[in-house]
Write a protein that binds this ligand. Sequence first.
Ligand code: ATR
Length: 279
Amino acid sequence: MILSGKAKIAGVIGWPVGHSKSPRLHGFWLEKYKIDGTYIPLPVEPDHFAKAVHGMQAMGFKGANVTVPHKETALKIADEVSARAKKIGAANTLVFKEDGTIFADNTDGYGFYQNLICGAPDWQADAGPAVVLGAGGAARAVLIALAEAGVSEIRLTNRTKERADKLAEELDAPITVVDWHEREQALCGANLLTNTTTLGMSGQALLEIDLFDLPKTALVNDIVYAPLITNLLEKAHVHGCSVVDGLGMLLHQARPGFEAWFGVDPVVDEDLRQYVLEN
Ligand code: ATR
């Protein structure tokens, strides 16, 4: 795409940022919708974050995605923060408004939930308990999204139980903490099983879990997307469950930012999935 003088500009700020798939993803949509705009990777050291953001505003950027290690700082420099970003305590999307103010949002939970309902349209959030593995930053967004979607019981289990207890205490969500060694019993009667740990990711240990007690009607999801089919999803498929991989969460979480900066709510489809996987 050849840019005009009126091109809209956005990017992703991180340190490092070279691994980010966001420039490819937004680049695909910019091409698809023939938008006069660009989206660039912006490596910014932690100490320079606020200066960089204000510089981008001064240069007329429309906004940015924010990734590690800036997600918490991004909240602090915003003038307005969405309710979901406040609850999560971190932002991944900044919108630079016409009036000079900065709006901060967190779209991780949105991406997670959109991925589930688009990947498994027949699945009903309120049809039974959800089991969530892991209590890190990703789990926080997932738990809030599930509670908002009407899940009435969430069984949360984490290797370090204290982290799960802390999350359950902090969040306004129907969470019961289950000991990590009892994670298989927690599967009885479950309607959803989601892995938010790093287990099963390329280069990490596999997730060890026997799905014997999990109803075959349950939906199984992994937020890990490298590999696309994790050992959990493989096992769940053999067990007879429907599965939704983690790639869609990455793709859907990017939509609100793209729409705010470039004016189009972009489509997540198979062409995009293939492109992001191959590039
Ligand atoms: P993120 O912000 O991406 O969620 P994180 O905060 O580092 O990343 O969380 C990683 C999650 O994977 C945690 O739930 C972690 O468990 P602990 O809280 O006990 O560290 C989980 N995890 C990582 N390695 C694990 C392992 N070998 N066994 C069990 N859980 C593991």
